[in-house]
Design a protein around this ligand. Structure first.
Ligand code: NAD
Length: 421
């Protein structure tokens, strides 16, 4: 089946908000496409001695509210339209969290699984040289995303600092702690999700202790979601899926047991005692999404909840830690079935919020304790959730539209104040 184009989805979501906000055509046009994007070629001498040329992108979607901010993905099926969509979603996310940023995103078409550490380093450094002054702490600040990590950020920061001629930690976030990374960054996306889940459950009268949870994706985000939903609330994760398949355990999986038995990052063991294998790849994941749970946490890839499976989703709350997991048709179905979707750009905004904290610490040169980071993150996430929930109640629209209305309105206000539209 052909995958829906994520950028078309992002545009359709904006169009709905634009209609609701009665945006004039120039304002709408400014928000429908990226303001700037750069396509680069990155030659890398591979371990074999051969030179391989990789394609990379960096999209700066809108910078009315401040420098653009967004992750870099390494993926064999990366497309410019995926990067554009993700950059648009970053614009709404930073606005929704009221961070002084616009939205951006980057990507390189590559398969990191087939590359050595040296080849990945050369690719990361080559990408930064190709971007040159297109990025910078006051201009566009990348971060980790799918298949990139603090080590990749360290190489990129180092390369940028060499280009500038002085140490520039604020050019990139998600760095290792000794290079100016913030405490609390590693689990920030999942932790931020937990704070909004807590608020949603409170308002919906759902007891999180012993609540049943299914998580799709067990990478940076999904694995911490398992840890935190158990630690903070005592919820039970009864289903987990990854790219290779899905597993089920009626009594709930123990986080430490899974971590100890993982052989590859992002891939959970499929043969733990007391667990049931739901099936390989897409088949297993299909079943996972429809499990009888209270909370469903998509934390893997786009377009997994569609009009086909949405009517069979049983979870009361869908916490979208992945970007773009639900299609617009599925949103309507879930809303009409009384499900509460905490939309991606609210649910997974913890990562960019702590990224913002990291950038503030880099720029001021003053570093915060873990408690300070958690406390500030909780306040930001709770405030953003309440902004969305108030509009959701007032306008009786689905939560994603409510979130769009808050976020788009703020970007429009900044564009108008600047005199752009
Ligand atoms: P990751 O690469 O660390 O992990 C991805 C996980 O998804 C792995 O367990 C992988 O096996 C699984 N997966 C991949 N394809 C799948 C498929 N077809 N079916 C089922 N599972 C599949 O990535 P991550 O950093 O955890 O990011 C996951 C999602 O969260 C992405 O949508 C990303 O854009 C979003 N996100 C990440 C961050 C962050 O801070 N890392 C922040 C915001 C949003």
């Amino acid at each position: 089946m052909e995958q829906p184009n994520p950028f078309k989805i992002a545009q359709a979501q904006l169009d709905e908000a634009a209609k609701y906000l009665k945006l004039d055509s120039a304002t709408h046009a400014m928000l429908r496409e990226p303001m700037r994007e750069l396509h680069v070629l990155i030659p890398v001498r591979m371990d074999s001695g051969e030179v391989k040329v990789f394609k990379g992108f960096r999209v700066q979607y809108n910078d009315a509210r401040g420098p653009t901010k967004g992750g870099i993905r390494f993926h064999p099926e990366e497309t410019i339209d995926t990067v554009r969509a993700l950059a648009a979603w970053m614009t709404w996310k930073t606005s929704l969290l009221d961070l002084p940023y616009g939205g951006g995103k980057g990507g390189i078409i590559c398969n990191p699984e087939e590359m050595s550490e040296r080849e990945l380093e050369m690719l990361s450094r080559g990408y930064i040289r190709a971007l040159g002054e297109f990025i910078g702490p006051e201009k566009d600040i990348p971060a980790p995303d799918v298949n990139t990590n603090p080590q990749v950020m360290a190489w990129m920061m180092d390369e940028f600092s060499k280009l500038r001629g002085y140490n520039t930690p604020g050019v990139i976030t998600g760095k290792p702690i000794p290079l100016g990374g913030s405490l609390g960054r590693l689990d920030a996306t999942a932790r931020g999700g937990m704070y909004v889940l807590r608020e949603a459950a409170k308002l919906m009268g759902i007891e999180l202790k012993n609540a049943k949870v299914a998580i799709q994706g067990y990478g940076n985000v999904g694995s911490f979601a398992h840890k935190l939903v158990s630690e903070l609330f005592g919820a039970k994760v009864i289903g987990i899926g990854d790219v290779e398949g899905a597993i089920y355990c009626e009594h709930g999986f123990d986080y430490d047991t899974i971590s100890k038995n993982m052989k590859k990052p992002g891939i959970v063991p499929k043969d733990l005692p007391g667990s049931k294998f739901l099936g390989k790849g897409t088949e297993g994941n299909k079943e996972l999404l429809e499990l009888p749970v209270d909370i469903l946490i998509p934390a893997a890839i786009e377009n997994v909840i569609t009009k086909e499976n949405a009517p069979r989703i049983k979870a009361k709350i869908i916490l979208e830690l992945a970007n773009g997991p639900t299609t617009p048709e599925a949103d309507e179905i879930l809303h009409n079935n009384g499900k509460f979707v905490i939309p991606d750009f609210l649910a997974n905004a913890g990562g960019v919020t702590v990224s913002y904290f990291e950038w503030v610490q880099n720029i001021t040169g003053y570093y915060w304790s873990l408690e300070e980071v958690h406390d500030k993150l909780d306040k930001k996430m709770t405030k953003a959730f309440n902004d969305v929930y108030a509009l959701y109640k007032e306008k009786k629209v689905h939560p994603r539209l409510a979130a769009y209305l808050v976020a788009v309105q703020r970007v429009v206000e900044a564009m108008k104040l600047r005199g752009w539209v």
